[in-house]
Design a protein around this ligand. Structure first.
Ligand code: C5P
Length: 239
């Protein structure tokens, strides 16, 4: 089955603090997004690549005539929905430009797993959680309002409970879906809040499989992540 790769690349990169969109931040000598583009280009199953880019940055990819570039939206989910409109294949592989250590082997393994599981709507890369995970109690901020990200960083939080680590996985991308199933799921849910595409598919009762991917398929969020990714890519090119 042919696959279209969709790369979500329209984020602002605020937490990275690089002064521009994260997908275009230099990483091991090239814009971060190019590592993911190359990995998809090397996949026999991938027929086309669609990138959701920041509206002001569409020209950045003009040097890649094999890509379809669409304007991203205000949220990641909206950016993916915009790109999905340009997908004509039976399968779609959604990927974050923020995961530059993607390998063609991971993409092909996900596609093969979905092809072998007719009951499944999608297969996602994920890694078993190794930390012990605490759920914080809901509480109001010292200023009286509801708690926000700044409060979480600045104020000690109260532990509500400990989750059972044995059944917890951290979801990554790529996430490969039957395009029709993903479209149906998005049509039946509020686009905007989902932080991955498996969420809407799960919400409408679709079966989503977990495929164990290594922790090296990391997401670049902070300057520390950027340093680690740079080191791993340099190591890879020496092999
Ligand atoms: O912000 P976060 O790191 O979770 O973003 C994950 C991915 O989603 C990134 O590759 C980012 O470029 C993309 N994104 C997007 N459109 C947005 C926000 C994020 O394509 N509005």
């Amino acid at each position: 089955m042919a696959v279209t790769a969709v790369i979500a690349a329209a984020g602002s990169g605020e937490r990275l603090g690089a002064g521009g969109p994260k997908a275009f931040v230099p990483l091991a000598g090239r814009p971060m997004i190019e590592w993911s583009i190359d990995a998809f280009r090397a996949c026999a199953s991938v027929a086309s690549i669609v990138v959701a880019a920041p509206p002001g940055q569409l020209d950045e990819l003009a040097g890649h005539p094999d890509l379809s570039v669409v304007a991203g939206g205000a949220t990641r989910a909206r950016s993916v929905a915009n790109a999905l409109a340009a997908v004509g294949t039976e399968l779609v592989a959604i990927h974050d430009a923020a995961r530059p250590l993607l390998t063609p082997e991971l993409v092909e393994a996900l596609v093969a797993t979905l092809e072998a599981a007719p009951e499944a709507a999608g297969v996602i890369a994920a890694t078993p959680i190794t930390d012990t995970v605490k759920q914080a109690a809901h509480q109001s901020s010292p200023s009286g309002g509801s708690i926000d990200a700044q409060d979480v960083q600045n104020e000690p939080q109260v532990v509500e409970r400990t989750l059972d680590r044995a059944s917890l996985w951290a979801a990554q991308t790529p996430q490969v879906f039957r395009a029709a199933a993903l479209r149906d799921a998005l049509a039946g849910s509020e686009i905007g809040a989902a932080t991955d595409e498996a969420m809407p598919v799960e919400a409408v009762g679709g079966t989503v499989l977990l495929h164990a991917a290594g922790p090296e398929n990391l997401k670049v969020t902070t300057p520390l992540d950027l340093r680690v990714a740079e080191m791993l890519l340099a190591e890879r090119s020496r092999r």
